[in-house]
Design a protein around this ligand. Structure first.
Ligand code: PHE
Ligand code: ZN
Length: 849
């Protein structure tokens, strides 16, 4: 039964576990609809406990037997689990339960995917496997015996014994239950090995379904690079004899860092030039690194409770961002990271779902795997590093690993390590974890006879449950440029701690042009009155690549908002600056591709809303179309030469250099398509020998309305490749004209290849729909009703994905009264659904407000 009015749990209610676990022994007797799980667990009273209650979590378990020290016991069923009378001394709990993996469509606990058994236990899935204190501060070594006739049967740790029809795995490192994993089925491995810095041999295995072997090479290389990088940059060595990755088709998230046995969504690990785009390769490299890095930041040092989630996620995202920057172009990586931060986290922070990096309460923890916990959490660590410097950061991290290895920690433990290692007081910095919302940084300036002053004022708008905000520490990286474009003051980090603060630069010979928030040194929104000429000047001259890009971006947004509101639209300045930037052959093609990318329609909507206007999705779409056409016409003379320069003659490699050329080539193809109606795109589609080219060309053909033949050909060619078919679904929805988007979604959901049981497939259609704002927000409300219908249908099958996708509605308060009424109606309809999951009820309830 689902809880009708789910109660929040509070950080302030934390109490230590009553019992600790010294050892876990599990036996699995696998059967698709009736798997038996036999547990033998050594408990001991926790001296730090405040009560003596012996409570075990459990959900949907059919108990066959349970004993304490061999004597049968009768547990009392209580909310969320059972209570048993237990000795105030060490004892052994044994239980046998039966579960039904085949019926598990929520993909949490033990479930079947594509005929194979697999598990997902973070955050609270282990309680669907057996009775256990399913909380991260209970850590124990596990031994797991798997019995069954599957050819491959895996669990965490090292393989320690095996026989006919059984395998045994032992994980010596104490871990919380959320890091438990089991996989069994018909799998094949790419095998490799790694020698650690102290000379230990580690076997590496990347397990896939037969047929997918050809998509494992890149993932394995990425793993080895990650292992090396973590040794070199953080001094972290791997700690088991074997490290395994398994690719699974049905998975709610990207991937999971289970100790020694990472489980990956196929989309986050499998790739080949024929089936994957450059963006796929880049994402896969980052996710493999991310999960591997969790071995130290997450597993060896874990979280005390789920309010500390960002302790592992913010830090691990920051580490994977550092890794990607080292593997590829740092400024290009930074720009991409900020694009996604703004698109997802700022959006969240400015709506009804805004929450702290360390929340005070939650109803369903699955709803808190958010851009705020992950990406803002990483930004906070980046600022910390800027403030204490590289050496201070390294010292603090060394102390963190030394002091807390083997522990379940809090964000306060983390900050204390920085205070102790660097002597810096971080009490004000802590507000970054405790205040939700994106600070606005208003900038004014004065110039007087050689003295230049910058005055900053910070304000953070109220967020749900947090009306008043205190000033935060903001590291503002600033450089100054002279009138001829030379840098007259190198980057300097201004530390702002007050609500309003002035910084003075003396001895300048002419009024400078400031380059503010270089490298995006803090996750804030800068508000500064400036001129199109100044932006064009920065786009041409700034030595900070991020701010060069930012200048072009702001200019584009100014043009668009001007076109929409009937204000000034500095189109000529923008087009001219764009042409100058494109002609600059010394600039990295990847950078130029990013600078040529249009601002997203959702970004424009938020910008208009911030400026006190009501965004009209159709008008935004129209303005973007008009500007795209104007750009194509203005830049047409440049296209042939530049496109030719972007030709890659070497065989396909998914490296940054080639990817940059292809990215710029595709931006140019989009422009060309507006002029030639799709001729060049058709030619590229036909000639393509890699997915980046075919998909890019197909997108252009869709925009030109000439894609019918190519879509049919593509479908036929790739009908047996689920990951490529996801792209086929996604592209049609994201490139549908506004008035046709809902109909496209309806048509695609009737395609025999559509299924709502596979999260990737559902997302490829409905995620793309939410990402097509003009289509989703059609005035008649058809988009809202369509999404709501499908969310209601999906909820009993997969609550996590339903809750996540309901985020499509999170921006609803931006829009006009009619649209708001329509959305409110759909949100209420979802909320009124009998038996609605706790996940969806919480999310939709918070969005509705
Ligand atoms: N902990 C995983 C990661 O960040 C994400 C995840 C969360 C996966 C919950 C599954 C379930 O890498
Ligand atoms: Zn993570």
């Amino acid at each position: 039964m689902k809880d009708a009015s789910p109660q929040p749990i509070y950080l302030s209610d934390y109490t230590p576990p009553e019992y600790l676990v010294d050892q876990v022994e599990l036996t699995f007797r696998l059967a698709p609809s009736a798997t038996r799980v036999i547990s033998k667990i050594r408990f001991r009273p926790n001296p730090e406990a405040v009560s003596k209650r012996f409570f075990l979590h459990g959900e949907g378990l059919a108990t066959i037997s349970s004993t304490i020290d061999g004597a049968p016991v009768t547990p009392r069923e209580v909310e969320g689990g059972i209570e048993v009378d237990a000795p105030d001394a060490p004892f052994t709990w044994e239980a046998e339960v039966e579960i039904d993996p085949k019926a598990n469509t929520a993909l949490e606990g033990l479930y079947m995917s594509n005929g194979m058994y697999c598990t997902q236990c973070e955050a609270e899935g282990f309680r669907k496997i057996t009775w256990y204190p399913d909380r991260p501060d209970v850590m124990a070594p596990f031994t797991v015996r798997i019995e069954g006739d599957e050819p491959v049967m895996l669990s965490n740790g090292n393989p320690t014994a095996s026989g006919d029809g059984w395998r045994e795995w032992t994980d010596p490192w104490p871990k919380p239950a959320y890091l438990f994993a089991l996989v069994a089925g018909d799998l094949v491995a790419r095998e490799d090995s790694f020698t650690t810095m102290s000379g230990k041999h580690v076997d590496l295995r990347l397990w896939v379904r037969p047929g997918d072997e050809g998509k494992t090479a890149f993932g394995m290389e990425a793993l080895k690079k990650s292992m090396k990088w973590d040794e070199e940059v953080y001094g972290r060595e791997y700690d088991l004899d074997i490290f395994q990755i398994v690719a699974v088709s049905d998975f709610n998230m990207g991937a999971m860092e289970n100790k020694g046995l990472n489980i990956f969504n196929t989309s986050a690990v499998l790739c080949s030039p024929e089936t994957s785009t450059d963006a796929n390769f880049e994402r896969i490299e980052a996710i493999i690194a991310h999960e591997y890095f969790h071995n130290w930041t997450g597993n060896r040092i874990t979280c005390r409770d789920w309010f500390q989630l960002s302790l592992k996620e913010g830090l691990t995202v920051f580490r994977d961002q550092q890794f990607s920057a080292d593997m590829r172009s740092p400024s290009v990586c930074r720009i991409s990271d900020v694009l996604s931060l703004r698109g997802r986290q700022f959006r969240e922070d400015n709506g009804p779902l805004a929450h702290q990096v360390q929340p005070d309460s939650f109803v369903e923890i699955n709803n808190f795997y958010t851009a705020t916990i992950y990406e803002k959490g990483a930004e906070v660590i980046r600022m910390l590093k800027t403030l204490v410097g590289d050496d201070g950061y390294r010292k603090a991290l060394d102390l963190y690993f030394e002091r807390h290895d083997g522990q379940a920690c809090t964000i306060d433990d983390w900050l204390k390590v920085f205070e102790d290692a660097t002597g810096r007081d971080l009490s004000q910095f802590r507000r970054w974890y405790k205040q939700a919302g994106t600070p606005r940084l208003k900038v004014t300036e004065t110039w007087d006879d050689g003295t230049y002053q910058l005055t900053f004022t910070q304000t953070t708008p109220p967020t749900p449950g947090q009306a008043v905000k205190e000033p935060q520490v903001i590291p503002i990286a600033v450089g100054l440029l002279g009138p001829n474009g030379d840098e007259v003051r190198e980057t300097q980090v201004l530390e702002m701690t007050e609500g309003t603060q002035t910084f003075t630069f003396e001895g300048l010979s002419a009024r400078p042009v400031p380059s503010i928030l270089r490298g995006f040194s803090a996750p804030v929104i800068v508000e500064r009155e400036t001129t199109p000429d100044e932006r064009a000047f920065l786009l041409a001259h700034d030595t900070d690549e991020f701010n060069r890009w930012e200048a072009g971006r702001s200019l584009a947004k100014e043009v668009l908002t001007g076109m929409i509101t009937g204000g000034d639209a500095p189109q000529a300045a923008y087009l001219d600056a764009l042409a100058t930037m494109l002609r600059d052959d010394s600039a990295d093609p990847a950078f130029r591709a990013l600078a040529l990318q249009m601002p997203g329609e959702d970004d424009i909507a938020q910008t208009l809303f911030d400026a006190g206007m009501t965004p009209d999705p159709d008008a935004i779409h129209e303005a973007c179309e008009t500007l795209k056409q104007a750009r194509a016409e203005y830049l047409q003379d440049l296209l042939p030469r530049l496109s030719a320069d972007m030709t890659v003659s070497e065989p396909f490699e998914p490296n940054a250099e080639q990817a940059g050329k292809r990215a710029l080539g595709l931006q140019l193809l989009k422009l060309a398509t507006r002029l030639d109606g799709g001729k060049a795109a058709q030619a590229q589609y036909e000639a393509a020998d890699n997915m980046t080219h075919s998909l890019g060309a197909l997108a252009c053909l869709l925009d030109a309305g000439k894609a019918d033949a190519a879509l049919a050909e593509f479908r036929e060619r790739w009908k047996n490749d689920a990951l490529v078919m996801d792209k086929w679904f996604m592209l049609q929805v994201s490139h549908a004209a506004p008035a046709e988007a809902a109909a496209t979604v309806e048509r695609l959901t009737k395609d025999p290849a559509f299924t709502m049981k596979n999260p990737n497939r559902f997302r490829s259609v409905f995620g793309a729909f939410a990402g097509n704002p003009a289509g989703f927000h059609q005035k008649d409300g058809s988009g809202y009703a369509l999404l709501a219908d499908w969310l209601i249908r999906l909820d009993p099958i997969n609550p996590q994905i339903t809750a996540r996708m309901s985020g499509a509605f999170e921006t609803w308060k931006r829009y006009d009264a009619d649209r708001q009424d329509l959305i409110a109606g759909e949100l209420d309809r979802i909320l009124a659904t009998p038996g609605l999951s706790r996940d969806t009820a919480e999310m939709v309830g918070r969005i509705r407000g």
